[in-house]
Ligand binder design. Structure first.
Ligand SMILES: NC(=O)C1=CN([C@@H]2O[C@H](COP(=O)(O)OP(=O)(O)OC[C@H]3O[C@@H](n4cnc5c(N)ncnc54)[C@H](O)[C@@H]3O)[C@@H](O)[C@H]2O)C=CC1
Ligand SMILES: O=C(O)C(=O)CO
Length: 319
């Protein structure tokens, strides 16, 4: 009998067909209040599930007694309780690597647009406010030659460091669970304590997974350690930062600006003070969102899932 798979995010047609060739598929393009009960009902007989952008609670999984593998179309696995997966002996697959370069590009877009005020000044032009030659009121700050501090020197952190070193001549400081000799050799990156990084970097970029160790890692104390000219970049997960403390640091100019792709609550609520701050560039979690990269992620997630269901080695298991 074919295994039953629940898909909870829209997949390209050819990937759906690949799944349907081997599995009975129940398809949801996305989960909403309206179809949530149907999703939970489908999980009752599911052997596999594949999707993204939905917290998968242990309660949901308790209702899926036959489940063998969950395949997330993301590298981040913070929508799952990893200990629960270990306890139940379930597999959790994810999509590292294929999104590294696209996400590093997004981070560089945040660095450049925040420092050079690209979004704010593009809006100024569109609003018809460009009436004469610009002056100091429109100046930004240099990116090239400035010090980049990376908290998290993993796949994406290193890809950002490569851009900064080779493209922008930026000295690199980093803090990580463990030193990275290759980054030190190739990129002249210097391993420092987190506090030293916060005090010395012109751009502080967080590129960590969200877990119990990293939740709210950056708060009022950390913003106070940064230079008043520092720009804070976060494209990893919103909950790594105390967002209220970030807003305060931006409002009272403890730091110069922030480039953000992720937030405590997504979508970012319309009443968020972040939306009122000119020194903030806020993006709608687009780190990996290019046609090519999202396709590669979906392909990898389907391959992970099918391998798990066939009992073959799964290319990328988080648990
Ligand atoms: N905005 C977006 O669309 C995207 C966001 N992400 C986020 O980026 C995260 C990182 O992705 P990758 O670079 O592929 O992961 P990775 O696992 O290669 O890198 C994470 C690095 O953080 C380090 N680390 C972990 N905990 C730490 C701690 N407490 N202190 C210091 N260092 C610590 C690890 O040693 C590792 O080097 C993902 O988990 C995801 O949450 C990833 C892709 C797209
Ligand atoms: O992969 C992830 O973890 C994302 O946030 C989106 O690509």
């Amino acid at each position: 009998m074919k295994p039953h798979v629940v898909v909870y995010k829209k997949l390209p047609e050819h990937l759906l067909q690949r799944l349907q060739a081997e599995c009975n598929v129940t398809l949801f393009d996305r989960i909403t209040q309206d179809n949530r009960a149907d999703f939970l009902a489908a999980l009752k007989t599911a052997h596999g599930m594949i999707g993204a952008s939905l917290p998968i609670t242990n309660d949901m999984l308790e209702g899926a007694p036959q489940l063998r593998i969950a395949s997330t179309i993301s590298v981040g696995v913070d929508n799952f309780d990893l200990d629960y997966f270990r306890r139940r002996g379930l597999m959790l697959a994810h999509t590292p690597g294929v999104l590294t370069e696209a996400t590093a590009d997004t981070i560089f877009a945040l660095i450049l647009s925040t420092a050079r005020r690209v979004v704010e000044l593009a809006e100024y032009v569109k609003a018809g406010r460009w009436k004469g030659s610009i002056g100091e009121a429109q100046f930004g700050v240099n990116v090239h030659g400035k010090t980049l501090g990376l908290i998290g020197m993993g796949r994406i952190g290193s890809a950002v460091a490569r851009r900064a070193h080779h493209g922008f001549g930026m000295p690199i400081l980093y803090h990580n669970r463990r030193p990275d000799p290759e980054a030190e050799r190739e990129l002249d990156a210097r391993y420092v304590s987190q506090d030293e990084l916060l005090a010395q970097a012109d751009f502080v970029c967080v590129m960590l997974p969200l877990n119990a160790d990293t939740e709210r890692l950056i708060g009022a104390r950390e913003f106070a350690l940064m230079k008043r000219s520092a720009i804070f970049i976060n494209a990893s997960r919103g909950r790594i930062v105390d967002e209220a403390a970030l807003i305060e640091a931006l409002q009272d100019k403890t730091i110069y600006g922030a480039g953000l792709d992720v937030f405590e609550v997504e979508p970012l609520p319309a009443e968020s003070p972040l939306l009122q701050l000119p020194n903030v560039v806020a993006l709608p979690h687009i780190g990996s969102a290019t046609h090519e990269t999202r396709l590669a992620m979906a392909e990898l997630a389907v391959s992970n899932l099918l391998a798990g269901l066939r009992g073959e080695p799964v290319p990328h298991l988080a648990v």
